[in-house]
Design a protein around this ligand. Structure first.
Ligand code: ADP
Ligand code: MG
Length: 678
């Protein structure tokens, strides 16, 4: 049996069992070993029968007698009496007819199970039993509990993994020895064995520390190496022109917040340094990222470079173009702007090429795909990436190939990424945080609404609409689904049109509509030709309609906290008092997530909470980082993360050769392609 052998190589695993293991994604011995428990049950305290109290108990006892019988049709009962020096105990099992014959009279076993009162008698019900030995898997220990599947129990998995324990003990170390020593880590083999069969709570904690450390170390190393690679590129110098910056600011209808000023200053520093900028501007919805990005663009344009802004949707691309046009106008630069959206005909594409090639338009705004395959940009100096987390190494290389050099990269995101996560995942990025909103913004008044208290909400909304405001309604689904009990945009649209909002102008917007229809509906809403816009989450990012003051979210319990917060950020941008109604599908008590949203408007605080409640998956989901699997490390474990990051830096500064560590190298290589936000 080797790590790469099929699971059937494991003693006791036949074809039947192998099939079931495959359902869990376990096909090889290595995968079986890597299949870590979800939780544990502590049956490690072996006690005298006399001391047994109701609850989980382990005893070490000799079988006095055991027999089985059918108590009625389809109900088999096995009864046994076992004893130690202090007394005897009755054990029962239901529907396990093979039990009695498996228990040898006179032999000594460990029994672990729940001791309880049943029909006026104390007994242990359905305990696990194992002959007394040095190595048990189901009894007299901290017992691992695995994710199970139909017909496959944790017991069977324990047995199979237990059969691999000698192989586990010979697994090679994956980290450098100096690091294992310096951090006082368990060896990899010891840690993996202890994850499955911990000898104590302390040993389990040490196993988790070792494996969690390794995970974060790998991630950190991956991003450090990416950063190094990036730093090896020479940049296009874009010198800071103070007069231009001042000129730009003087034409704004507001003054920059301190946070914006600082971000802009950091960007200008980056653009005039020797290496290409790779910066993320992270700011809650409405924090004013567009102005910051435009100020970066202006500097690049002045220097004669081309600039692109890539947005995730056409809608956003249009909106950005509108906003940026207005910002560039006073400087006489608006003619530089070219919007690339929709299905361009070949002729239109050629036209765009000409305009770009002639240098007439040097600032391209559009969707990612369109910009990437329409345009040749030899003088590309700055790439702005809005809300696109999939812009990784590959895309970066693509740009490089196109332009022949690495342009400066500026990412914008409204997803508040908790600091611990940002440091680990995006160590290669420099981050500017817009942590202060422009002055005068009022928090959005947020209310959880159950189905039976909806009427007053409709009244309140109608008053808002009558005062000239507009409302967004967001639904989790486009159309009705049999399998999911949640409101769809189509259904709500029909309902509102016929009933609650029949006197108002309603629009419907969802992802399955044609691009031009979507844009048309959105435009109507922006132009106030619609009072209510009913949509799916397509409006989620970036959409700016200052006159909208109400956000109504249907089946709010189906959305993640971070997502709800983003949706809420669509309103309250125009100085009007704004409302967010979180409609529940049923009258159950709202969960912690919705409650948190009601009481906090701090995106970072909410993101931290989301991380605690749902684990990193919540934020990965948002960032579409499915390939990352932090299974053990907790991103809230600041000490572990700091140590692992320092160690990754040390690995690099020691001049270690990654290729010396085959397994580590393979994993780091994989992570290098997915960890980058850009
Ligand atoms: P986001 O960070 O969500 O992309 P935007 O850039 O769309 O935010 O800005 C939101 C709104 O705030 C816009 O209408 C913008 O004009 C306005 N804004 C930006 N900066 C300031 C500021 N310093 N003071 C007042 N309003 C501002
Ligand atoms: Mg924006």
């Amino acid at each position: 049996m080797e790590l790469s052998s099929s699971a059937t190589a494991v003693k006791g695993v036949g074809d039947e069992l192998a099939k079931k293991l495959a359902v869990l994604g376990v096909k090889t011995v290595a995968q079986l070993i890597d299949y870590l428990p979800r939780r544990y049950e502590d049956y490690s305290q072996v006690m005298a029968i006399r001391d047994a109290r109701p609850g989980p108990v382990t005893i070490k006892a000799v079988v006095k007698q055991a027999s089985g019988r059918y108590v009625r049709r389809g109900m088999h009962l096995t009864e046994a009496v076992v004893s130690d020096e202090t007394g005897s105990m009755r054990l029962v099992w239901f529907n396990q007819p093979y039990r009695a014959s498996g228990l040898k009279s006179g032999a000594e076993y460990y029994f672990s199970g729940v001791y309880e009162l049943s029909h006026q008698r104390f007994q242990m019900t359905s305990p696990s039993a194992e002959l007394v030995s040095d190595f048990t898997v189901n009894t007299a220990r901290i017992v691992p509990v695995y994710r199970e599947t139909k017909g496959l129990t944790s017991k069977q998995i324990r047995k199979a993994v237990g059969s691999c324990r000698h192989l586990i003990q010979t697994m090679p170390e994956t980290l450098p020895e100096w690091l294992v020593g310096e951090q006082k880590l368990l060896s990899r083999a010891a840690a993996v064995l202890a994850m499955h069969f911990p000898e104590s709570g302390e040993q389990l904690a040490e196993a988790k520390r070792r494996l969690g450390f390794e995970e974060v170390f790998e991630l950190s190393l991956a991003s450090l190496l990416n950063k190094q690679e990036l730093a090896a590129d020479a940049s296009l110098l874009i010198p800071f022109d103070e007069k231009l910056a001042k000129d730009f600011v003087s034409h704004l209808p507001f003054s920059l917040t301190d946070a914006q000023r600082k971000a802009v200053w950091q960007i200008y520093q980056d653009m005039q340094s020797e290496h290409p900028m790779n910066r993320l501007v992270e700011g809650d919805v409405g924090s004013g990222k567009t102005v910051v990005a435009t100020m970066a663009a202006v500097m690049a344009l002045r220097e004669g470079y081309q600039v692109t802004l890539m947005a995730p949707t056409e809608l956003l691309a249009r909106q950005h173009a509108d906003t940026i046009y207005k910002l560039l106008e006073p400087l006489g630069l608006s003619g530089e702007l070219l919007l690339l959206v929709g299905a361009l005909t070949t002729a239109q594409k050629r036209k765009a090429h000409e305009v770009i090639a002639s240098g007439k338009a040097r600032f391209l705004v559009g969707t990612n795909a369109l910009i990437q395959d329409t345009v040749d940009m030899p003088k590309l100096g700055l790439v702005i990436i809005d809300e696109q987390h999939r812009f990784g190494v590959e895309q970066r290389k693509g740009l490089m190939a196109k332009a022949g050099h690495m342009p400066h990269l500026l990412s914008l995101t409204a997803t508040p990424i908790p600091r611990s996560l940002a440091l680990t995942l995006y160590g290669e990025l420099d981050i500017s945080v817009l942590d202060a909103k422009p002055p005068g913004r009022q928090p959005v008044q947020t209310e959880i609404v159950s189905p039976n208290s909806i009427e007053p909400v409709y009244d309140a909304v109608r008053r808002e609409l009558d005062a000239g405001r507009q409302m967004f309604v967001v639904c989790p689904l486009i159309s009705e689904s049999d399998s999911v009990d949640a409101h769809s945009a189509e259904k709500i649209y029909e309902q509102f049109r016929k009933r609650e909002f029949k006197n108002y102008r309603l629009g419907l917007l969802h992802g399955k509509m044609k691009a031009e229809d979507k844009t048309a509906v959105m435009q109507q809403f922006v132009d106030r030709k619609l009072d209510v816009l009913i949509s799916t989450t397509v409006i989620e990012v970036g959409v700016d309609v200052p006159n909208a003051s109400v956000m109504m979210i249907q089946s709010a319990e189906r959305f993640g906290l971070a997502q709800l917060h983003q949706l809420r950020g669509r309103v309250g941008r125009g100085g009007h008092h704004a409302y967010c109604y979180l409609l529940m599908s049923d009258s159950k008590a709202p969960g912690k997530r919705l409650r948190a949203l009601e009481s906090s408007s701090d995106g970072f605080r909410l993101a931290e909470l989301d991380l605690e409640l749902r684990g990193p998956g919540a934020i990965y989901g948002q960032l579409q980082h499915g390939a990352l699997d932090l299974r053990i490390a907790k991103l809230t474990d600041v000490t572990l993360i700091a140590a692992a990051r320092r160690s990754a830096a040390e690995f690099v500064s020691r001049g270690e050769d990654l290729l010396k560590y085959t397994e580590l190298a393979a994993r780091v290589q994989r992570l290098r392609t997915v960890t980058n936000l850009n």
